[in-house]
Design a binder for this molecule. Structure first.
Ligand code: FPP
Length: 251
């Protein structure tokens, strides 16, 4: 499937606009390997990864997809070499500062999900600024998972609910899926329909454990910095050939 990139500014005509995923989640894997293959230091892969993410966000917006969630930093990523962790924290902060005005202009509503209090203070301030400045935007939701762990998210929801029960604000019988979801970091954000992982790894890696219950999984060997509109088109094409049954039998 080779396509002229200029054609891809509008939804390719072999995709059905009625059956697009409304929310796409991505694990942006392979930045380090991409850089190493070019003989570059790992951090260059992360830099290129930002360009790829920016382009995917614009593509989702152009093609009418309502939400994009990206896994930028997991609770396990603190175990990377200190220099890489520091580089990533500085990168997030710089990118937010640099891109904020454009995101405001383009109607992007930014959310950050994760244990944000453990992030450097200066980054927390940029995050707060970006979320407040874009809160009324309507074109697309852009959710950045930073210091995010699915297990940690579920645990903190359990703790918050248990606290409400012990304070008499909620009874245990009242706890259902809806109440539970209201206590997740992603409260108010729809579940992903399509879950993409690059670089060929067949793992969920603690990402959106509750929310991906019925997402369609798409794994590609392409490394994240090379995941362009043509590759996204391929993923959407694959998605539209699936039959989503949500555990039911097709009638
Ligand atoms: C995984 O590749 C990538 C990351 C842990 C970082 C991804 C972050 C970005 C692309 C920046 C996003 C920026 C903003 C502001 C949202 P890897 O390092 O695990 O690659 P490898 O598996 O080849 O080593």
């Amino acid at each position: 499937m080779t396509l002229n990139p200029t054609v891809l500014t509008v939804l390719p005509n072999d995709l059905d606009v009625q059956r697009l995923p409304q929310h796409v989640a991505v694990i942006m894997d392979g930045n380090g390997r991409w850089a190493q293959r070019q003989g570059l230091p790992r951090f260059m892969g992360h830099r290129r990864g930002v360009d790829t993410l920016k382009e995917l966000l614009r593509c989702c917006k152009d093609w009418g997809i309502g939400a994009l969630t990206a896994y930028a930093f997991s609770t396990e990523n603190w175990g990377r070499p200190l220099a890489e962790v520091e580089f990533l924290m500085t990168l997030f902060e710089r990118v937010l500062r640099r891109e904020l005005q454009e995101m405001i202009d383009e109607g992007v509503q930014i959310h950050f999900v994760g244990d944000l209090q453990a992030l450097p203070n200066s980054l927390q301030e940029e995050i707060e600024r970006a979320m407040v400045a874009t809160q009324h935007n309507q074109k697309i939701k852009f959710v950045v998972a930073t210091n995010y762990g699915g297990r940690r998210e579920i645990l903190q929801a359990c703790r918050a609910i248990a606290q409400k029960v012990s304070q008499g604000k909620l009874t245990s019988d009242e706890i259902d899926e809806e109440i539970f979801e209201q206590h997740l970091y992603t409260a108010g954000i729809s579940h992903p329909d399509l879950f993409i992982r690059t670089s060929g790894e067949m793992r969920v890696s603690n990402f959106l454990l509750w929310q991906v219950a019925y997402a369609e999984l798409y794994v590609t060997n392409i490394l994240w910095p090379d995941f362009d509109r043509t590759e996204f088109h391929r993923a959407l094409h694959d998605y539209q050939n699936r039959h989503r049954r949500f555990g039911k039998v097709e009638g």
